[in-house]
Design a protein around this ligand. Structure first.
Ligand code: 2P0
Length: 345
C-alpha cells in the first residue's frame, strides 16, 4: 500500500472572490487575494491511500463520514485530473508502480468545526489535492496544482500557498491561466496577525456557490465592482510588498463592504452580516478614528463571523476593545466553543 498525508490551512480573502464566469471549470469573474492563516488549529488534514487489493471504486470520508464520490462531481474531477497526471509519469517511466490504476481511499479531517462558518472547503480541497499530488509523486508546481484545486472549490486554490496569495482570474476559456500564486511570503510581513471572532457557529443560510451565481444573474452593482477590483488587486499587492498596513487595511475593509453590498443588491437579497457583525464594524471604525491611525481591518466572508487583521504591536489594543464590547462568558473563551447566544444582541 502507498500512502501520503498532507495538511492545508484556511485562507481569508482581503479582495473577495464572488461570482463565476464558468461554473463547471470554476473560473471567477474577478481575481482575489487572501492571507493564509498559519495557526495549527485551522487546518484540514487528508490521508490518501492506493492499493492494488482495494475493491474497485474510489471512496472518501470527511470527518469520519463517508461521502459519495461522483465521477463528474467536483471531487471526482480533481481525482481524475491528478490520476491523469500520474498516468503521464507512468507512461514516461515504465518502472513506476501503476498507482493510477488502483482504487483510492481518502480520509479528510478538519481540526475546527465545519459549522463554525470558517472556510472549510478551501482547506479541505487544498489538502485533498496536495495529498494526492504527494501520493502520486507529481512533478507539477503548486501553481499548476492550483488549477486542479480551483475545480474542487474556487477559494481552495489559494490555500496551496502560505503567506499572501493571489488567484488570477485569467482570460483563457479552458481555465489554464486561472491559477494561484504567492505575492509575498509570511516571513515578508511577519508582524501581521488575524483575529477570528466567531459571532455565530450556525450553518450559513445561503451557500457561497448558489449565492454568488444569484449575484451574477441579478446584481447590477456587481458590474461596477468588477471595474474596481483590478485596481484594488494592484494596490493591495503594493501595500503588502511595502508593509503599508494603513492602506492594506483601507482596501481590505472597502472590499469586504463592497462584497456585502453586492450581496444586498442580489435578488432576493443575501444577508451574511448580522447585528453583531455590524457592531464589530462600528467598533473597529471607532478604534481607528480614536487611535488617529488605522490599526485594524475587519473583513467578513459568507457569514457573520469577523476576521480582524492587525499588526502584532496593536493586537493587544484590538483584543481589548473586542473583549470590552463583546464580552465572552468565561467557559466560552475558546472561540471554537463560543455560541452566538453568549454574545450581546
Ligand atoms: C473568498 N468566498 O474569496 C470569498 C469571499 C466567500 C466570500 O471564496 O463555489 O466556497 O466552491 O468556488 O470557494 C467562498 O466560495 O465557492 C469564497 P465555490 P467557495 O474567500
Amino acid at each position: 500500500m502507498y500512502e501520503a498525508t498532507v495538511s492545508a490551512p484556511v485562507n481569508i480573502a482581503c479582495i473577495k472572490y464572488w461570482g463565476k464566469r464558468d461554473t463547471k471549470l470554476i473560473l471567477p469573474t474577478n481575481s482575489s487575494l487572501s492571507v493564509t492563516l498559519d495557526q495549527d488549529h485551522l487546518r484540514s488534514t487528508t490521508t490518501s491511500r492506493v492499493d492494488e487489493s482495494f475493491e474497485k471504486g474510489d471512496r472518501l470520508w470527511l470527518n469520519g463520514k463517508e461521502e459519495t464520490v461522483k465521477e463528474d462531481g467536483r471531487l471526482g474531477v480533481c481525482i481524475k485530473e491528478l490520476r491523469n497526471w500520474r498516468k503521464i509519469e507512468e507512461d514516461k517511466n515504465s518502472s513506476l508502480p501503476k498507482l493510477s490504476q488502483w482504487p483510492l481511499r481518502i480520509a479528510s479531517y478538519n481540526n475546527f468545526p465545519t459549522a463554525a462558518g470558517l472556510a472549510s472547503s478551501a482547506s479541505g480541497l487544498a489538502a485533498l489535492v496536495a495529498s494526492l499530488a504527494k501520493l502520486y509523486e507529481l512533478p507539477q508546481s503548486p501553481s499548476e496544482l492550483s488549477l486542479i484545486a480551483r475545480q474542487g472549490s474556487g477559494s481552495a486554490c489559494r490555500s496551496l500557498f502560505g503567506g499572501y496569495v493571489a488567484w488570477r482570474e485569467g482570460s483563457k476559456e479552458d481555465g489554464s491561466d486561472s491559477l494561484a500564486e504567492q505575492v509575498a511570503s509570511r516571513e515578508d510581513w511577519p508582524e501581521m496577525r488575524a483575529l477570528i471572532c466567531v459571532v455565530s457557529d450556525l450553518k450559513k443560510g445561503t451557500s457561497s456557490t448558489s449565492g454568488m451565481q444569484r449575484t451574477v444573474e441579478t446584481s447590477t452593482l456587481l458590474k461596477e465592482r468588477l471595474n474596481i477590483v483590478p485596481g484594488r488587486m494592484e494596490e493591495i499587492s503594493k501595500t503588502i510588498k511595502s508593509k503599508d498596513f494603513e492602506n492594506f487595511a483601507k482596501i481590505t475593509m472597502k472590499d469586504s463592504n463592497s462584497f456585502h453590498s453586492v450581496c444586498l443588491d442580489t435578488s432576493p437579497p443575501i444577508f451574511y452580516l448580522n447585528d453583531v457583525s455590524k457592531s464589530i464594524i462600528q467598533v473597529i471604525e471607532e478604534l481607528n478614528r480614536s487611535s488617529g491611525e488605522i490599526i485594524a481591518a475587519y473583513t467578513f466572508d459568507a457569514g457573520p463571523n469577523a476576521v480582524i487583521y492587525s499588526l502584532e504591536k496593536n493586537i493587544g489594543k484590538v483584543l481589548g476593545v473586542i473583549n470590552k464590547f463583546f464580552p465572552q462568558a468565561e467557559e466560552s473563551k475558546d472561540p471554537f466553543k463560543t455560541k452566538s447566544e453568549d454574545l450581546p444582541e
